[in-house]
Design a protein around this ligand. Structure first.
Ligand code: ADP
Ligand code: MG
Length: 229
């Protein structure tokens, strides 16, 4: 885990996520529509039909992933910054991870290392969207199983969430590209998850950093300023 980069201040993020979402979702839906149309042609052999069908499914699956990465918890501008208990926010996200972790035999360990309440100022939905995207990536990096560990800790006035996986890891050049729109190494990835994370962390005046090593795993750290009651 030698490589370390502080990311959140690095990019001017796309300002209005909502505006670009309709565009993002329309693309795969258009593809799906095209293949459904093709399937209506007469005299198609079984193999071709199956291929069209497969592409049609891929289109709706991608649209669905985009919704998860972008919008699972977002209600634009409905929420105000409130005091959030970081440990409770993490516990609240766990049921959402179940469908992902159960598929690939992943053990999840949560460790809240501070006995004090860890409060930050922010919007619950935004924080949960960030946690979901980062933890989903961690799980997706361990297709053959592994361990996802989530720590919270207080270091001076900084509240830190550490998300550690034992997955595929990344090399330096991949770490550098994290958060850039459409950077993905996954066959069915969107490359939008971390872009969304970074723009939200920035809005919460937080920091995100990654340490990673190929074939060993990745640690993602989220840092926030501690808020007083
Ligand atoms: P997506 O998940 O759709 O690919 P993201 O923006 O969430 O898009 O992630 C971009 C890329 O960053 C991933 O495709 C992957 O290559 C890399 N990545 C992110 N988190 C991890 C991780 N925990 N372990 C290994 N690679 C990761
Ligand atoms: Mg992702």
């Amino acid at each position: 885990f030698q490589q370390e980069l502080i990311m959140s201040e690095k990019y001017q993020m796309i300002g209005h996520l909502a505006a670009s979402i309709s565009h993002e979702i329309r693309n795969p839906l258009t593809t799906t529509r095209g293949f459904l149309q093709l399937m209506g042609k007469e005299g198609l052999d079984r193999e071709t039909l199956n291929r069209y069908r497969k592409h049609a499914f891929e289109g709706v699956d991608l649209a669905s992933t985009i919704i998860t990465d972008y919008l699972n918890f977002s209600k634009p501008n409905e929420e105000k910054s409130l005091l959030l208990d970081v440990q409770m926010e993490i516990d609240g996200i766990m049921p959402w991870l179940q469908p992902y972790s159960a598929l690939s035999n992943i053990e999840i360990e949560i460790q809240h290392l501070s006995r004090e309440r860890l409060l930050i100022r922010g919007e619950s939905k935004k924080l949960q969207q960030c946690l979901l995207n980062v933890m989903k990536n961690a799980i997706e990096s361990m297709p053959d199983g592994g361990k996802l560990t989530v720590h919270t800790q207080l270091v001076q006035n900084s509240i830190q969430i550490l998300i550690h996986d034992t997955g595929a890891g990344m090399d330096k050049s991949q770490v550098k590209r994290l958060g850039k729109p459409y950077f993905t190494t996954k066959e069915n990835g969107t490359g939008l998850g971390l872009m969304v994370v970074m723009s939200m962390i920035k809005k919460m005046n937080g920091k995100i950093l990654f340490r990673s090593k190929p074939n060993e795993g990745t640690i993602c750290e989220l840092h926030f300023k501690r808020a007083e009651l």
